[in-house]
Design a protein around this ligand. Structure first.
Ligand SMILES: Cc1cc2nc3c(=O)[nH]c(=O)nc-3n(C[C@H](O)[C@H](O)[C@H](O)COP(=O)(O)OP(=O)(O)OC[C@H]3O[C@@H](n4cnc5c(N)ncnc54)[C@H](O)[C@@H]3O)c2cc1C
Length: 261
């Protein structure tokens, strides 16, 4: 079974900083990590390899520093990593990004299953997996909490608001996974150190040969009209009183003054 996993490097949530003037995420100097559900996608891919044999190829589009997450995936058990990077890819919205990632999948050539996380924690559109499937003209099963692959069929289960859905399709497919699907393995220190020595393939547009009109800002129909931040939340207060009755009174006064009641 040939499995491709698309993984994205995102700023660590714990250290997320926002430039309130520019209304943008501060990425400089902020530690980056592998997007959380992408780790679950890598785990699921390795489980498929353990069951069926074959290869797991992890692919990320980003700056050269994104090799860090390729190395992490190799330490977990992936076989090879590919960095997709080119100046002409800058400014890509979700459509152009999916076009580039689909180009990388075509360049790899053979695949039975393409796995993604269900949403990236920074862009958070969840659009890439479906767009990728559309461009590759294969089915997409999204937000999987359970995945079973038999010889030529994939079955997923996902929770849709108040009910569960079981969906099937034939291979090849794109499947995006939720964090509920598995618990990603933690590589040993030795595996991490060995993975750091890995050499990764690099795809620029020279290799992908995509039309310049379909990538980067040229291939991006989305335009950001503006961005704004929600007001900073007020700190909570603790209301104290001489007894419960007094505290209750003070609470009512506070709620009235804040026009909550
Ligand atoms: C007008 C515009 C301009 C932009 N310009 C830039 C820019 O210059 N530079 C920039 O970095 N971003 C830019 N972005 C953001 C970029 O479009 C998104 O990061 C990208 O399309 C992924 O979307 P998302 O984060 O919503 O992913 P989602 O759809 O939420 O991600 C779902 C899954 O898809 C896979 N995936 C997503 N992105 C990648 C990736 N890069 N590599 C591998 N797998 C991936 C992962 O498995 C992920 O879990 C721009 C966006 C817009 C709208």
């Amino acid at each position: 079974m040939e499995v491709i996993v698309f993984i994205k490097q995102v700023p660590s949530n714990e250290n997320l900083k926002v430039d309130r003037e520019k209304g943008m995420l501060v990425r400089e100097g902020v530690p980056s990590i592998m997007n959380t559900p992408d780790k679950n996608a890598v785990e699921e891919a390795i489980k498929l390899k353990e069951k069926f044999g074959g290869n797991v190829t992890v692919v990320t589009m980003g700056l050269p520093q994104a090799k860090e997450i390729l190395s992490e995936a190799i330490a977990m058990g992936a076989d090879q990593g590919i960095l997709v990077s080119d100046r002409s890819f800058g400014g890509s919205d979700t459509l152009a990004t999916a076009t580039i990632l689909a180009g990388a999948a075509k360049k790899i050539g053979k695949f039975d299953v393409i796995l993604c996380g269900m949403e990236a924690s920074d862009g958070a559109t969840g659009q890439i997996p479906s767009k990728l499937a559309e461009i590759l003209d294969i089915p997409a099963l999204t937000c999987a909490e359970f995945l079973e692959i038999t010889k030529d069929t994939a079955t997923i289960i996902r929770t849709n608001e108040s009910f569960k859905e079981k969906i099937q399709c034939k291979l090849p497919l794109v499947c995006s996974v939720s964090t509920k699907i598995n618990i990603p393995r933690i590589p040993s220190e030795e595996d991490r150190k060995n993975a750091e020595k890995s050499v990764f393939l690099e795809f620029s547009n020279k290799e992908l040969n995509l039309n310049e009109a379909d990538i980067g800002a040229n291939g991006s129909p989305t335009k950001v009209a503006g961005s704004y931040l929600t007001p900073e939340r007020k700190k909570g207060i603790i209301i104290k009183g001489s007894d419960e009755k007094d505290a209750g009174k003070k609470l009512i006064i506070e709620l009235l003054s804040e026009k909550i009641i």
